[in-house]
Design a binder for this molecule. Structure first.
Ligand code: FMN
Length: 174
């Protein structure tokens, strides 16, 4: 099947090593635009973004995660937040944030960039808010590290599809 969307889904890998080349502002704009076109319950669009390119802020954020080397190496970071004042349903708003983040990862793939979804940093999300000077109404969902890939040979595996299908009422054939 030839579909650019399916190609991006299957070819996207978490990229954790980057060259020093900066990511252009219009590329970051496009990535966020892809994020905001994700679906959300009642179309409430509860996501908010902070773009970080400043080295000293990156360094401070790097200290908040085991994956600080990735944070420091990335040309840009996008912190993805939920605005709790814009939320209407805890579960559905978190699902929307996940859809938004995945759209952003697929956009980086489409732009020939590399990115990784950083979640481990959430354990220090209050400290991240302090560094970014954000109030507690903003709830950190992820930090996306973005850059030009240093290499593109990342491997990843998925279990066989049969392991995920719980009850096949109608069996399907390939
Ligand atoms: C909720 C979530 C949190 C993640 N947190 C981290 C993280 O803190 N550090 C990291 O290097 N990768 C993180 N990842 C990336 C996963 O490790 C990666 O998606 C997984 O190993 C599959 O590899 P692939 O993305 O290359 O297909 C996270 C992914 C998700 C969805």
């Amino acid at each position: 099947m030839n579909s650019s969307i399916l190609n991006a889904i299957y070819k996207r890998r978490s990229i954790r090593e980057y060259t020093a080349e900066p990511v252009a502002g219009d590329q970051l704009h496009e990535i966020i635009k892809a994020g905001i076109w994700a679906p959300s319950g009642l179309n409430n669009q509860p996501w908010r973004f902070v773009v970080i390119q400043d080295d000293s802020i990156k360094k401070n954020l790097a200290e908040q995660t085991h994956y600080g080397h990735i944070v420091n190496a990335a040309s840009a970071l996008i912190a993805v937040y939920l605005d709790t004042n814009a939320m209407y349903d805890e579960l559905k708003d978190h699902q929307a944030a996940g859809a938004c983040i995945e759209n952003m990862l697929l956009a980086t793939e489409a732009l020939g960039l590399g990115a990784v979804w950083l979640g481990q940093i959430l354990k220090n999300k209050n400290e991240v808010n302090r560094i970014l000077q954000l109030g507690e109404e903003y709830d950190l969902m992820a930090v996306i590290a973005i850059g030009h890939p240093a290499k593109r040979d990342q491997q990843s595996r998925r279990k066989d599809i049969d392991e995920f299908t719980l009850q096949l009422i109608h069996s399907f054939k390939k």
